[in-house]
Design a protein around this ligand. Structure first.
Ligand SMILES: [Zn+2]
Ligand SMILES: [Zn+2]
Length: 339
């Protein structure tokens, strides 16, 4: 089969590789759509600490496809079924897994990072992932491209729920990429009074404004332009935005540092007295698990959210490098690979 294979020095190459066959408990999925995400770009350009120097890995962890073969003993799934595959799974036994927090299992694994992923014609889902319910059946006729980014939405739901956004809230979001726009849509769905979005790109702010946000150019700063946001999301790798979030948040403000910072940024000076005197709640979230995946999938399947405008490019597997470049230059929101 054809697959986009990562190896060191960091690069991705489309090659012919051996097609996997499902062993006991495993499931083979024919990939219908796999979305590119910032993590794929980071791995493709800089590598990943869990991928050894002599290892190769098929990237891609946001995958929708069709079940084509079941390993011995798999129940609840059928050949021909359309499925979305959640990438994170754990050992299934530790105290984190017991709470469904498989993404914090000390043995946590992820398709497209520690196991081969979905930028290929076929994806093999390992036994532990199948057993933990990572293969989610979809209704017949569901659109793989429109559902491919459900995993990214699951991460956003994970970040969004603890912020408890309601009709009483004004929301400020740093970063108007696909992730920031998902936070915008969830804020609107929850009845937020007003949403401001900050970005470096005028083009991205235009899209945000078309979808109901008030755009603010990052270089102009937000002071004087926002009015005591109750909720602040930092979905951009920007230390300054983290500092500013604390400064502009209202009394009792809730803040989520959603985006990680580059590893060379070890510390960010933050006015902790503002956390104290304004009684702020500052949180961070990372990745997702099957709980948030289920919620995100239902939001899309039940039509509560229409995020199809996020898919700006659909490309064949051969053009994955073009997709990575588009993300790098911010020429795309969501790129979906259809092998
Ligand atoms: Zn991702
Ligand atoms: Zn575990």
């Amino acid at each position: 089969m054809k697959a986009a294979v990562f190896s060191y020095p960091p690069h991705v190459e489309v090659n012919e590789v051996e097609s996997p066959r499902p062993a006991k408990g495993e499931v083979l999925v024919k990939v219908k759509a796999a979305a590119l995400c910032g993590t794929d770009l980071r791995i493709a350009r800089r590598g990943h600490s869990v991928i050894a120097q002599d290892e190769k890995r098929i990237l891609g962890h946001e995958v929708v496809g069709e079940v084509v073969e079941l390993g011995e003993g798999v129940v609840g799934l059928k050949e021909g079924m359309l499925v979305a595959v959640a990438p994170n799974f754990g050992c299934g036994k530790c105290v984190m897994c017991a709470q469904g927090l498989t993404h914090h299992c000390p043995e946590s694994k992820a398709l497209g990072i520690t196991f081969d992923g979905g930028f290929a014609e076929y994806l093999l889902v390992p036994e532990n992932a199948v057993r933990q319910g990572n293969v989610f059946p979809l209704p017949e006729g569901a659109d793989p491209v429109k559902l491919s980014f459900v995993e990214a939405l699951a991460c956003v739901v994970h970040g969004f729920l603890p912020l408890r956004v309601s009709f009483r809230d004004k929301v400020l979001i740093y970063g108007a990429g696909a992730i920031g726009l998902m936070f915008l849509e969830l804020s609107k769905l929850s009845g937020a009074k007003k949403v401001w979005m900050v970005d470096l790109s005028e083009e991205r702010l235009k899209i945000a404004e078309e979808h109901g946000a008030v755009g603010i150019l990052a270089e102009e700063g937000v002071k004087g332009k926002v009015d005591s946001p109750d909720v602040v999301v930092v979905a951009a790798p920007a230390p300054r935005a983290q500092m500013e979030a604390i400064e502009v948040a209202s009394l009792f403000g809730r803040i989520n540092f959603f985006g990680g910072l580059p590893p060379q940024v070890r510390e960010v000076p933050i006015a902790t007295n503002l956390i104290h005197y304004k009684e702020l709640v500052v949180t961070g979230t990372t990745r997702s698990n099957n709980f948030y995946f289920r919620i995100a999938l239902d939001l899309l399947l039940e039509g509560q959210l229409d995020l199809s405008y996020l898919v700006t490019h659909v490309l064949p597997l051969e053009d994955i490098e073009q997709g990575l470049s588009l993300m790098e230059t911010q020429g795309a929101l969501k790129v979906v690979i259809v092998p």
